[in-house]
Write a protein that binds this ligand. Structure first.
Ligand SMILES: Cc1cc2nc3c(=O)[nH]c(=O)nc-3n(C[C@H](O)[C@H](O)[C@H](O)COP(=O)(O)OP(=O)(O)OC[C@H]3O[C@@H](n4cnc5c(N)ncnc54)[C@H](O)[C@@H]3O)c2cc1C
Length: 296
């Protein structure tokens, strides 16, 4: 058992975002933001850092909502994985995100862990990151200096590294509502079915054009294969403007395999991950194909 050497100086649990921002501005790097604590407290007990004070977001109700406004959805940073999994709106518009949330940890972890914590923790294996990129998410970063909105793909800069500054809070996630001709697939591969950190994840989202035959847009995003979640943009060139029924799934799977450069680690070798990436891409295309055919 580790003992903490630096006693905690203070604990703040404000009810308003503005108060939280003031506290963050005042304490800067001396304070640690805590959401569900499911990543943070483990890292704290492992003594990966020392904490002067805590800024707990648990009382800020504004951060716990899922709202639809015109053509976009905004998810508060304190929305839990259980909320994501159970929300009828998320199931309807963003099923890949809902399924990914349902695959996280255990019920206890899903009840406490938040979308904001998953994003800011920025683990290459964070389950929500590839789905968020696949749905073209943007993140709202707020400080006393004002608001900045950044696309998900610009937010992550390395394993556990983001562009978030010490005085900024992630307050919300903005997702454009997809058309009803949008189909998605989520695949998580791990060593067992539950309570497992992913060896590789794939979030594939395909939007059909108005003819409901031609691919209008596609995003192929993977987790656990690079220091950050990535999109395989080469897939766009091969799919957009093509008839879905004429796609060569094997070739598309091969592109995914060729374009990733994963490392060996305790969860899997580089070769294993490349091989699996190809197979799950083919599998995801097949699943999207059958959902599309039954929707026609
Ligand atoms: C047993 C176990 C199983 C797990 N299984 C999975 C899994 O299957 N898949 C998976 O992806 N993860 C898993 N996790 C990791 C973890 O549960 C998730 O990453 C979770 O989403 C983290 O959210 P949190 O609210 O607990 O974050 P916290 O631990 O509170 O915070 C994480 C980081 O984000 C920062 N932060 C949080 N919210 C904000 C905000 N709004 N603004 C600015 N900074 C913020 C904190 O300062 C900290 O650096 C597991 C963890 C455990 C302990």
């Amino acid at each position: 058992m580790h003992q903490r050497t630096v006693p905690c100086q203070g604990y703040f649990a404000p009810q308003k975002i503005e108060e939280a921002l003031e506290i963050l501005f005042k304490y800067g790097k001396e304070i640690k933001v805590i959401a569900g604590g499911t990543d943070l407290l483990i890292q704290y007990c492992d003594r990966l850092y020392e904490v002067g004070s805590w800024l707990d977001l648990k009382n800020i109700e504004e951060l716990k909502d899922i709202r639809i406004n015109k053509n976009q959805m905004e998810i508060g940073a304190m929305v839990t994985h259980t909320q994501l999994e159970k929300s009828e709106d998320i199931k309807k518009y963003f099923p890949v995100l809902s399924q990914a949330a349902a695959d996280i940890g255990s019920p206890q972890i899903r009840n406490r862990g938040t979308i904001g914590g998953n994003i800011v923790n920025a683990s290459p294996a964070g389950d929500l990151l590839a789905p968020l990129m696949a749905y073209d998410a943007q993140f709202k970063l707020l400080s006393t200096q004002g608001e900045v909105i950044v696309p998900a793909e610009e937010f992550f800069i390395g394993p556990k590294k983001t562009i978030l500054e010490p005085a900024q809070l992630l307050t919300g996630i903005i997702l454009p509502l997809p058309s009803e001709r949008t189909f998605g697939c989520w695949i998580k591969i791990g060593k067992r079915k539950a309570l497992i950190i992913a060896t590789i994840t794939l979030a594939l989202v395909v939007e059909m054009a108005e003819d409901n035959k031609t691919v209008k847009e596609v995003r192929t995003c993977l987790g656990s294969v690079a220091p950050t979640p990535i999109e395989i943009k080469e897939i766009r060139e091969k799919m957009i403007g093509k008839k879905f029924s004429e796609l060569d799934f094997n070739q598309l799977g091969q592109i995914v395999e060729d374009k990733i450069s994963p490392i060996d680690d305790i969860r899997g070798t580089r070769e294993y991950r490349k091989d699996v990436a190809k197979n799950i891409m083919i599998n995801a295309l097949e699943k999207i194909g059958s959902a599309w055919r039954s929707h026609k």
